[in-house]
Design a protein around this ligand. Structure first.
Ligand code: GGG
Length: 357
């Protein structure tokens, strides 16, 4: 029996609803596989914890997480606490402290889910966006002086380091190399941002020399939104800065049908720390407690987690179950269905139980 220690942090809003669904499906998957087991520990960290204790997680939180094989994360953010406090206090704290510098965001049109793009079919849009996840616009470098005065100044300084850019570029080229099309698009804004972004372009060209079998091109981020919308088939693997990729991946999720199906993996490729798996979507307080949160992104990120743990066949079984359920029309309202979170989850469990070897 292969045993995996999973830290579950559902956190805020619909996070607990989708993580409950994800854990129920993982349990069914473990039973179906027969030789894997998930040993899950729950952490009640998040905004409710913050309201009680003044911090999003305890001061030894990272030490508590360090020995886990993976972290299964829900969503962070609440309407009554500023977003920069909740985000930096938990999600970014974990990503940055555990040097999860590669954020991997696959997007495709899955069976039974309709893209808002006219005539787009499954296969027409099949991308992986690699988001630099440790620095750039999220370096946390900046400050405010003369608060509230007319002469107030606020700075938010993006930091790009050669080490940071080179390692994400190498990761992206390696990922592109493993995909059938072996094609990478490097996104920057190096016309207007003439320092760090020009360095990105230069490092891309240097790293590309080590990957002669990977074809690559460059796009400015504004033009990239047009290409994603009008020519989705022309893209495959994409690498971009922390902020650019954050924005592009929301667009990608929407073009594939809904942000509710879009997964993300925060990876430490060197495996010094646990990696963290979550839906891209946030806490969605507008639908919290209504029982209609789409759990598909949380199931799909569990596939990413299984691949990271070295369980590709279990990951493939789970992905097949997702597409069986969506193809059968068992879908939440955000992707045009009428099913509840529980009905989708129950259908997933049945699909896993009934799946072939
Ligand atoms: N599950 C993802 C999540 O909770 N995201 C919250 C959020 O606001 N993220 C902002 C960001 O990652 O840039």
């Amino acid at each position: 029996m292969r045993n995996y220690k999973i830290a579950s942090i559902p956190a805020d809003g619909i996070g607990p609803e989708v993580i409950d669904a994800g854990l129920a499906v993982l349990e069914a998957l473990a039973r179906r596989e027969g030789d894997i087991n998930f040993d899950v520990t729950h952490f009640d960290w998040g905004t409710d914890y913050y309201k009680k204790y003044g911090a999003m997680m305890p001061s030894d939180g990272l030490a508590q997480l360090k020995s886990f094989d993976a972290i299964y994360f829900g969503a962070v953010g609440a309407p009554d606490v500023p977003d920069h406090i909740t985000l930096w206090g938990l999600r970014l704290q974990i990503c940055q402290s555990f040097d999860q510098y590669a954020n991997v965001r696959p997007t495709k049109i899955i069976d039974g889910v309709e893209s808002p793009l006219r005539n787009a079919q499954p296969g027409d849009l099949d991308w992986v966006i690699v988001r630099e996840n440790s620095e750039g616009e999220y370096a946390g470098n900046g400050g405010r002086v003369h608060k509230g005065m007319p002469e107030e100044v606020g700075t938010e300084v993006a930091i790009f380091t050669r080490i940071g850019v080179e390692r994400i570029m190498r990761f992206a080229f390696e990922l592109a190399q493993k995909r059938p099309r072996k094609f990478l698009t490097v996104v920057t804004k190096s016309n207007a941002q003439r320092h760090g972004m020009v360095m990105w372009d230069e490092i891309a060209a240097e790293v590309a020399k080590d990957f002669p079998d990977v074809t690559w091109d460059k796009m400015l981020v504004d033009a990239m939104t047009v290409r994603m919308t009008l020519d989705p088939k022309s893209l495959d693997t994409i690498v971009a800065t922390n902020l650019h990729a954050d924005i592009l991946s929301d667009l990608a999720g929407a073009l594939a049908g809904s942000i509710g199906v879009a997964p993300t993996a925060n990876i430490d490729p060197q495996r010094r720390f646990p990696s963290m798996f979550e839906p891209i979507h946030g806490s969605a307080f507008d639908i919290t407690g209504k029982g209609i949160a789409n759990p598909v992104a949380t199931f799909w990120t569990a596939c990413q987690m299984l691949e990271h743990l070295g369980e590709p066949s279990a990951a493939a079984r789970l992905m097949r179950a997702i597409e069986t359920v969506t193809a059968a029309g068992i879908k939440t309202p955000d992707i045009g269905g009428k099913a509840s979170t529980k009905e989708v989850t129950d259908a997933m469990i049945d699909a896993i139980k009934g799946s072939n070897e």
